[in-house]
Design a protein around this ligand. Structure first.
Ligand code: G4P
Length: 527
């Protein structure tokens, strides 16, 4: 096999999904630390702050002390190249949090042992399960008293519909936390609260090995032995296929802040997580090992450098190898173009890419030529599957204050929609039609107002609408006819697909009962 193909096979591109405060920043730091990309914890947070300081619309984020931008981090670990797609931890995330997941080949779900499956994890999980990607679970904060591990597994099954395969299992918890037992490799990693990251590893001959008796009090040991027996007898067995398809999640316990259990997780992850996976296109499946370099734009970020008002389009390389000076087809606009100085992102810096392979993410300078979902290919005119839109959760009617500024207002709205910062709808029945903006997190409204004002000199009027759910609808012609005549709050998305807007889930369910022949899709994918 040619070496560039080995390069591709050595890659792991994944995202961490979690609810704010579960410890994602902490876990990311530890992973970067293992990869030698940072020397000490805190560097990632430091970097976030720095980036805020150099970006003007991110001023909003700075004032609120949060981050709404997703970033990509890369490091090498034991012959593997790891790309972590970071997703914002705050509730005010935007739609591109979801879309970032389309660039990942697997996900790590991080759960706080005391809190279990929380709202944001559930939302992000749904997107992963829609794509059927493998999901690895890290249950964090075992150094504190949390919930019963069986209860957490049950919750994952009830709320997320995924079965668990615990690879390791905690011996005690909180004050009583002794360490983790690796069921697969039959070894114990002892936890020492005084120097938690200095892991002492002992191989054992099952759970009744005398080495365990020496260190665990009889009551705790008996409970632990019983738990392992229960898992062995009644739990799901290791099943590679079910893990690959996202039906079964390997579960790991640990404490990110103590750097405990992180390496155990990382080592299994390296072995089990998929190498870059190909993608479907309108002309068939594109294999990552194809000679033809190709990729798709999944995220556009404006103003990474305020002096230049630049936009960076993030591309996931789907197949082949990138080399400098390469010419590609921009399939949507039918033009051949040179890729100018793509950048890659390390823990601290951006650097110019010399070579990149399927599975990698590169940032392309974007003078306004790219849209979310665009395909670039060295040869051929195929397009990758359309990027899905997901239901916004907040809606506002929007118009420009000064009619003279109408043109730049429209241009701004269009650009922000292309970047994926907002979704734009227009009312379906209302005359004159009205523009409606939908966002996943309310902070995006502020970003929108700030940017239209600053970059397009357009002052806007925004009126919040009492709506929180959008569904893309379709059905047989006759049923659609009745539906569009009778249903209120219908709108068209930017591709003129019909969308029904509802105040809440209750209203949506009423519509489902009333119009059984109509299908209500949670995202634009299925229409
Ligand atoms: P996020 O990115 O998911 O929002 O979470 P982040 O890593 O910022 O962690 C949230 C809080 O949880 C932090 O505490 C962090 O130290 C703590 N934490 C992370 N992992 C563990 C763990 O394994 N055990 C325990 N006990 N705590 C953990 P903080 O007080 O909010 O911030 P800090 O002052 O400690 O940085």
């Amino acid at each position: 096999m040619a070496t560039w193909k080995n390069e591709i096979e050595s890659r792991k591109t994944f995202a961490i999904i979690s609810h704010p405060d579960a410890g994602k920043t902490t876990l990311t730091e530890k992973l970067l630390y293992f990869g030698g990309a940072i020397r000490e914890a805190g560097s990632v947070k430091g970097k976030k702050n720095q980036r805020h300081a150099t970006s003007d619309w991110m001023e909003i984020e700075k004032q609120r002390g949060i981050s709404v931008t997703s970033s990509v981090m890369e490091f090498n670990y034991q012959g593997h190249r790891i790309n972590i797609l970071d997703t914002p931890g705050h509730e005010d995330f935007s739609e591109d949090t979801y879309r970032t997941l389309t660039a990942a080949d697997s996900a790590t779900m991080l759960i706080d042992a005391a809190k279990g499956v929380e709202a944001q994890t559930k939302k992000l999980f749904k997107v992963c399960s829609m794509r059927g990607i493998p999901i690895f679970t890290f249950i964090n904060k075992l150094d504190r008293q949390g919930r019963d591990p069986f209860e957490l597994m049950e919750e994952m099954e009830d709320i997320l519909g995924i079965r668990s395969y615990p690879v390791n299992w905690p011996i005690g918890m909180g004050q009583d936390f002794h360490g983790i037992y690796d069921r697969h490799a039959k070894k114990v990693e002892w936890f020492n609260p005084d120097s938690p990251s200095q892991t002492e590893v002992v191989y054992v001959n099952g759970t009744d090995d005398p080495k365990l008796k020496e260190r665990i009090d009889p009551q705790l040991l008996a409970a632990f032995q019983e738990e392992i027996e229960l898992l062995d007898v009644a739990g799901d067995a290791y099943d590679e296929e079910r893990i690959k398809s996202g039906e079964l999640t390997p579960v790991f316990f640990g404490s990110a802040v103590s750097n405990f259990g992180v390496q155990n997780f990382l080592e299994y992850f390296m072995e089990w997580a998929p190498a870059p996976v190909g993608r479907e296109s309108d002309q068939g499946f594109v294999s990552p090992l194809s000679d033809n370099f190709s990729g798709f734009i999944f995220k556009i970020q404006a103003n990474m450098n305020p002096k230049h008002r630049d936009r960076i389009a993030f591309m996931r390389i789907t197949s082949g190898k990138y080399s400098p000076g390469m010419q590609v087809n921009h399939v949507r606009i039918g033009k051949n173009m040179k890729l100018h100085q793509p950048t890659q992102f390390l823990a601290k810096d951006r650097s110019i890419v010399q070579e990149a392979y399927a599975g990698d993410i590169i940032g392309l300078y974007d003078p306004g030529t790219f849209r979310i979902g665009d395909t670039l290919a060295e040869s051929g005119t195929f397009s990758f599957e359309e990027m899905p839109h997901f239901s916004p959760e907040h809606f506002a009617a929007i118009s420009v204050k000064d009619a003279m500024k109408h043109k730049s207002f429209e241009k701004g709205l269009q650009q922000l929609t292309e970047e994926g910062a907002i979704q734009l709808f227009k009312t379906y029945q209302r005359v004159p039609e009205q523009q409606i903006v939908g966002v996943v997190g309310v902070l995006q409204f502020e970003v929108l107002e700030h940017r239209l004002n600053n970059e397009y000199n357009a002052h806007i009027k925004m009126e919040n609408l009492p709506l929180s759910v959008a569904r893309w609808v379709d059905g047989p012609a006759e049923a659609m006819n009745t539906f569009t005549r009778k249903q209120k709050n219908l709108a068209l998305d930017r591709n003129d697909r019909l969308v029904a807007l509802f105040e809440n889930e209750f209203q949506l369910n009423m519509a489902k009962d009333k119009y059984p022949d109509i299908s209500f899709h949670e995202n634009s994918y299925f229409v």
